[in-house]
Design a protein around this ligand. Structure first.
Ligand code: ARG
Length: 255
């Protein structure tokens, strides 16, 4: 009887975790038996995600912590190539892709997206005195992008000569070295990188009317409860001021 009770107690204690993992259909559990949720990202995209010391930090990492806290789960972060995030979701290696990821029709074929949490667009970075001065002169030029991003797709509209890099920064460095005519990357990241390099010859050229893009969190298809939980956190942080505080923390110079 005593043994039976012990077993019952142990099972009862395990139920909340098991239930959580089942409810959200989570791919990952921590080694210490603590239940975790894994965010996949590409931490080469400041200020949304970047590496500081040993940690992945940034707007998206902070949002992920809010989601994990709301769910009572430990957050794990898996840093990978940007174009590996959707495959990692569909193969169940990660639970959510949070990587300044733009909602795109093509991507909706393989993953689901949360409600949007940020509105961005692409930006064109050129060198002062370079060959690109407007949309017309951008045509058929050598354009650097981060592989598999919406900047990559935007560049394809202008040229067959798209140079793809794993990191946006490497593309900008190549532009600085005179190996590229322009770089197309998300505007907040373009501003961040150009400011960090402190090279007055690198400028954002307001010459192309890029479309509005909306960042959202990607999850594998067939996880409606997880998607709902993520949306609940997004709604909460939008309403209680947490998201504004996070943005202010990482965009200190903007209003
Ligand atoms: N917003 C762009 C896209 O969805 C670029 C995102 C790149 N993100 C990153 N963490 N490297 O394609």
């Amino acid at each position: 009887m005593k043994k039976f009770l012990t077993i019952l107690l142990v099972v009862a204690m395990l139920i909340p975790f098991a239930a959580l993992s089942e409810t959200y259909n989570l791919a990952t559990a921590g080694s210490d038996g603590e239940l975790s949720i894994t965010m996949g990202t590409n931490a080469e995209f400041p200020p949304f995600e970047f590496v500081e010391g040993e940690d992945v930090v940034g707007v998206d990492a902070d949002i992920a912590h809010e989601i994990a806290n709301d769910l009572g789960l430990t957050l794990l972060i898996s840093n990978m190539a940007f174009d590996s995030i959707i495959p990692a979701l569909t193969s169940g290696q990660i639970d959510m892709g949070i990587a300044a990821m733009t909602v795109k029709e093509e991507r909706l074929l393989s993953v689901d997206f949360s409600e949007p949490y940020y509105n961005a667009r692409q930006a064109l970075i050129v060198k002062v005195g370079g060959s690109v001065v407007d949309a017309e002169t951008l045509k058929d030029k050598t354009i650097g992008v981060q592989n598999g991003t919406t900047g990559d797709y935007a560049a394809e509209e202008y040229t067959a000569d798209v140079q793809r890099f794993g990191k946006a920064l490497d593309a900008v460095l190549e532009l600085q070295n005179g190996k590229l005519d322009a770089v197309i990357v998300d505007e907040p990241v373009a501003k961040n990188i150009v400011a960090a390099l402190g090279n007055p010859d690198l400028i954002l050229l307001d010459a192309v009317a890029f479309e509005d893009e909306f960042y959202a969190i990607a999850v594998a298809k067939g996880h409606p409860e997880l998607l709902e939980a993520i949306n609940a956190t997004i709604k909460r942080i939008q309403e209680d001021g947490t998201l504004d505080a996070i943005l202010l923390k990482y965009f200190p110079t903007e209003e």
